[in-house]
Design a protein around this ligand. Structure first.
Ligand code: 5AD
Ligand code: SF4
Length: 442
């Protein structure tokens, strides 16, 4: 067993977990291959946030059922692994490894067991006191790096599986986080993204005892790092000091993803979100009053059990009031173990679809208008690559908007020079609902 293939589903935490898993496997002498056919060990790092995400892995496993017996070993990692546990062995008997993210520090031992022929290897304990740290992370992107600052979640939102799949909160020490950032800067990374299910509840376990805003300020001072992003925030733990930190230092990106889920206080209460619409709007107000122009994005769930037409209207009026720059909308999906399962008044699928379409259309109009207001202004773009189809460099602004552009001198990588990894000032000439386009001015 010497080669492995891994496919990753889900959020950025999962993408980054895969980078750590890949690094660990490579350090154990395995080589990564690009397709499952060529691999001895096939891994799926899974997501169970909504039912659709969960179904994907079982489809994949189904596709490869016949491979069983040809010497391939299959493993399910991540949130579905944690949630379904040993039931996966019953549902997909060709799977030999089931491990949740809280067990990745034990991967080397699990690999030894697999190599020894054990066909029921599990890593399902959630009682780890620490975040997974490894010196072997294999980062995908050469310019922008993820850094985990906190794992797990201590909230209990009525719809959410994450507390069950990722376990209780554990923060890394500020010293360890900063050391990683300095190492990344010395390797040439210019942009870092701090990750956690709820970064706002970060609490340094060392005597320094820093909170998130303190850590953010220190990250903004790491020599060589030009942009610091973070995700995800929880309104309950989002304090004014975070806005002040962003205001003080342009290295800290002026973008906050602040999931609201619903505009109705009655529904927020049913969801156990621990804030009211007014509490949320106060946080929006801090950001709107900041000196810097902070871009605000959100997540919305439509069709949560008991959502009336009036509750839904409140979500729509919240969108009007906040004027988000971007929004991820979801139809409520029943998840195992969650308290919402037992609630009454689940909505029909068609009604959820109808409400989602309304949310998305309203938001589309808001984005068209907001983006068009940017035409004529100059924004700094961090170059992520080149789109051969459109002949444009692919850039991203500090507000996390996609800004594709042409360059008067550097037409494309065919010149032998890539702009990727660099920063350019771009005059915005066109705006669509989801991206901007322009021309480099320096
Ligand atoms: N159904 C629908 N959407 C969900 N989310 C989380 N759990 C569910 C669920 N059961 C959404 C929330 C969260 C985002 C990551 O996924 O909006 O912020
Ligand atoms: Fe999916 Fe949530 Fe797990 Fe991320 S933490 S992989 S979004 S279930």
């Amino acid at each position: 067993m010497r080669t492995f293939y891994i496919e990753t589903f889900g959020c950025q935490m999962n993408a980054h977990d895969s980078e750590k898993v890949i690094g660990t496997l490579v350090s154990e002498g395995y080589a990564q291959v690009e397709n499952p056919e060529a691999a001895d060990l096939v891994l799926y790092n899974t997501c169970s946030i909504r039912d659709k995400a969960e179904q994907k892995v079982f489809h994949r496993l189904q596709q490869f059922k016949k491979e069983h017996g040809r010497g391939k070993v299959f493993g399910v990692l991540g949130c579905v692994a944690q949630q379904e546990g040993e039931r996966i062995f019953e549902r997909a008997p060709h799977v030999s490894l089931v491990a949740g993210s809280a067990s990745y520090s034990k991967l080397p031992q699990m690999l030894v067991q697999l190599e020894g022929g054990n066909r029921h290897v599990t890593g399902l304990s959630l009682d780890t006191g620490e975040a997974f740290e490894t010196p072997y992370t294999r980062r995908d992107n050469p310019h922008r790096a993820y850094i985990t600052i906190i794992e797990g979640c201590d909230k209990s939102c009525a719809y959410c599986v994450v507390p069950f799949t990722r376990g209780p909160e554990r923060s890394r020490t500020s010293e360890s986080v900063l050391k990683e950032a300095r190492e990344l800067a010395s390797q040439g990374y210019r942009e870092v993204q701090l990750l956690g299910q709820n970064v706002n509840s970060y609490r340094d376990p060392s005597p320094a005892g820093w909170d998130f805003a303190r850590l953010l300020r220190a990250m903004g001072e790491v020599p060589g790092i030009r942009r610091v992003r973070f995700t995800t925030s929880h309104p309950r733990d989002f304090v004014k000091d975070i806005v002040d930190a962003i205001d003080e230092n342009p290295v800290l990106c002026n973008h906050v993803h602040l999931p609201v889920q619903s505009g109705s206080t009655r529904l927020l209460d049913r969801m156990q979100r621990l804030y009211t619409r007014d509490d949320y709007m106060r946080r929006i107000d801090w950001m709107k009053k900041a000196r810097r122009n902070i871009s605000i994005t959100t997540d919305i769930i439509v069709g949560f059990p008991g959502e009336t037409e009036a509750d839904f209207e409140e979500t729509l009026s919240l969108l009007d009031e906040v004027q988000y720059d971007s929004l991820f909308g979801f139809k409520y999906s029943r998840r195992p173990n969650t308290s919402a399962l037992a609630m009454e008044d689940h909505l029909p699928e068609e009604e959820k679809s109808r409400r989602l379409a309304i949310v998305q259309e309203k938001q589309r109009m808001i984005q068209i208008r907001r983006n068009s207001e940017l035409v004529g202004t100059v924004e700094e773009a961090f170059v992520e690559g080149y789109n051969h189809a459109t002949g444009q460099w692919i850039g991203r602004t500090t507000q996390n908007r996609t800004l594709n552009f042409i360059h008067p001198v550097h037409a494309g990588p065919q010149d032998g020079e890539t702009l990727a990894g660099g920063y350019w000032n771009v005059r915005i000439t066109r705006a669509g609902p989801n991206s901007l386009a322009g021309e480099a001015v320096n």
